[in-house]
Design a protein around this ligand. Structure first.
Ligand SMILES: [Zn+2]
Length: 78
């Protein structure tokens, strides 16, 4: 048993929460929907996640924060 990298279901869930939150939001740079953006986790806290997302259309990256615990589970792009 020599797993090289430990899979972390919690972090994968966090990434999918962020991606779901960003999916329908417009890219601040080009205005396209972020849909298939790339998500890179930056910071994971109990009630807040932040990640860098890269727009699939124009390649610009943005910092996004998501709060899974909030009422609507919304994410916001900064
Ligand atoms: Zn864009």
């Amino acid at each position: 048993m020599s797993g090289e990298r430990a899979a972390n279901p919690g972090l994968e869930l966090a990434v999918s929460v962020i991606r779901d939150g960003a999916r329908d939001q417009p890219c601040p740079a080009c205005g396209d929907r972020l849909g298939d953006c790339r998500v890179e986790l930056r910071d994971v806290e109990l009630d807040r996640l932040s990640a860098e997302i890269s727009c699939a259309a124009c390649g610009a990256s943005h910092l996004i924060t998501a709060s899974p615990a909030s009422e609507d589970g919304s994410a916001s792009i900064q």
